[in-house]
Design a protein around this ligand. Structure first.
Ligand code: NAD
Length: 431
């Protein structure tokens, strides 16, 4: 790590020996820098978050003791608009991780051209260890601590790992209490009854499907009959699987935290959803032809592979075994840079996370716009607008990739970083 990052002037608050996900992000910026032309004089801007707030979040536990949790809100870049990005509650959250996730939000928002910068937040807590009351107190205190820097025109949080509509409702209410006005636009991913948007829940999976359809057309893969393997059957993977299945693809394998289920003729996705809702996982699904071990998932030959579960799933260890034509990154950061190179050499087309899973933030943007005007759109309008934005973003990235002879990931970074740095340049440095 030290040699790799020797060229970076690292801020003193980072440990050069252990940069974590921020180190992966820096490598991605290095790959894009030669393509930025005169804008590369601004590239250091992308290697330092604009603002980092670390907060202590104390709560009274149900047993009367006081517990303290470490929380963060990182605003990576706000050249193009207010910060936007989720809040993650997880015991392993680190500053490096939140920094990287905030930077990927900068790239993601610019890649689909929504008028936001990038931000992210998190608390080092395992929410399963908290009662509902404790979780509510934690959320409210965290919101109050970061209320200094969030707001509908400053930075708009949203759900991420282990946070949901209820957490967003508590965040909105806490902010409203502090500000003395309703402020629905301070967070997105809210319940529909509180200014949430139709179509938000399905938006990320729908976006994965839309870019998948575009990528398949470029690769000459017919969606009808395509063999699709999906890791993760939650909000992203579950919706993407349904949409591919509805379009005539065969969902030949699904892996979740319980098992890998396989049916070469195509799993019945609607039945699988019902089964998972009842049992909590895909294990023992009676409609499967075969159940495989965790690692064997990567040996299943497919036309389209959708990692939609966790970070760092496709690594130098399993990439050589993967036989597929297209990878659609539903999850954030599922492919390590080494695996990325191995798969590119094998001519696998990878649609990167910062493009493929941008459907969620796109409909978050719609939610924020609807909240400002207090005028709500139909689900059809939302889906049509989402589809148009994702198609346009994919095709703009495709043109850059062809023109510069780079991967879709580097092309997405070129397009996005150019937009961010153009805004920076035209605004100029203050003072
Ligand atoms: P989710 O909690 O709804 O679903 C996660 C799925 O992954 C579940 O099916 C779970 O069983 C499975 N899983 C967990 N551990 C696993 C393991 N070890 N092996 C295989 N499968 C495992 O989460 P989600 O909202 O679908 O998010 C999935 C990914 O997509 C995350 O990386 C998230 O950051 C990213 N993402 C989500 C959204 C969104 O709008 N939900 C937007 C952008 C990116």
């Amino acid at each position: 790590m030290t040699t790799e990052h020797a060229k970076h002037a690292l801020p003193s608050y980072l440990n050069a020996e252990d940069l974590g996900p921020w180190g992966v992000y820096l490598q991605q910026i290095d790959r894009v820098t030669p393509h930025l032309g005169s804008l590369s004089r601004w590239v250091e801007t992308l290697k330092r978050p604009k603002r980092i707030l670390t907060v202590d979040v104390p709560i009274e536990r149900d047993d009367g003791t006081i517990a303290h949790y470490e929380g963060y809100r990182v605003q990576h870049n706000m050249s193009r608009g207010p910060g936007k990005g989720g809040v993650r509650f997880h015991q392993d959250v680190t500053l490096s991780e939140v920094m990287a996730l905030s930077a990927w939000m900068t790239v993601k928002n610019a890649s689909v051209n929504v008028p936001y910068g990038g931000a992210k937040g998190g608390i080092r807590v395992d929410p399963k260890t908290l009662s509902r009351g404790e979780l509510q107190r934690l959320t409210r205190r965290y919101t109050s601590e970061i209320s200094l820097i969030i707001g509908p025109n400053k930075d708009i949080p949203a759900p991420d790992v282990n946070t949901n509509e209820q957490v967003m409702a508590w965040m909105m209410d806490s902010y409203a209490m502090i500000e003395g006005n309703l402020s629905t636009g301070v967070v997105t991913g809210k319940p529909i009854s509180l200014g949430g948007s139709l179509g938000r829940r399905e938006a990320t999976g729908r976006g994965v499907f839309v870019v998948g359809r575009e990528a398949a057309a470029k690769r000459g893969v017919a969606i009808a009959g395509a063999r699709v393997a999906v890791q993760g059957f939650g909000n992203v993977g579950g919706v993407a699987a349904t949409m591919f299945s509805d379009a005539g693809s065969k969902i030949i394998a699904v892996q979740d935290h319980t098992a890998t289920v396989v049916h070469q003729g195509g799993l019945d996705v609607a039945l699988l959803h019902k089964f998972v809702a009842e049992t909590g996982g895909v294990a023992n699904f009676p409609g499967a032809e075969q159940t495989l071990g965790r690692d064997a998932f990567w040996d299943i030959e497919s036309d389209i592979l959708i990692p939609a579960a966790l970070e760092q799933q496709i690594t130098a260890a399993n990439a050589p075994r993967i036989r597929t034509k297209i990878i659609l990154e539903g999850a954030n950061g599922p492919t390590t840079p080494e695996a990325d190179d191995i798969l590119t050499d094998k001519d696998v087309l990878i649609v990167p996370d910062v493009l493929a899973n941008a459907g969620g933030v796109t409909v978050s943007y719609f939610e924020w716009v609807q909240d400002f005007s207090s005028f709500f759109w139909t689900e059809d309008e939302i889906n049509a607008r989402l589809t148009r934005i994702m198609q346009e973003a994919f095709n703009a990235v495709w043109v850059v990739a062809q023109d510069k002879k780079v991967t879709l990931r580097t092309a997405t970074f070129i397009l996005a970083c150019t937009r961010v740095l153009q805004a920076r340049e035209v605004r100029g440095l203050y003072p």
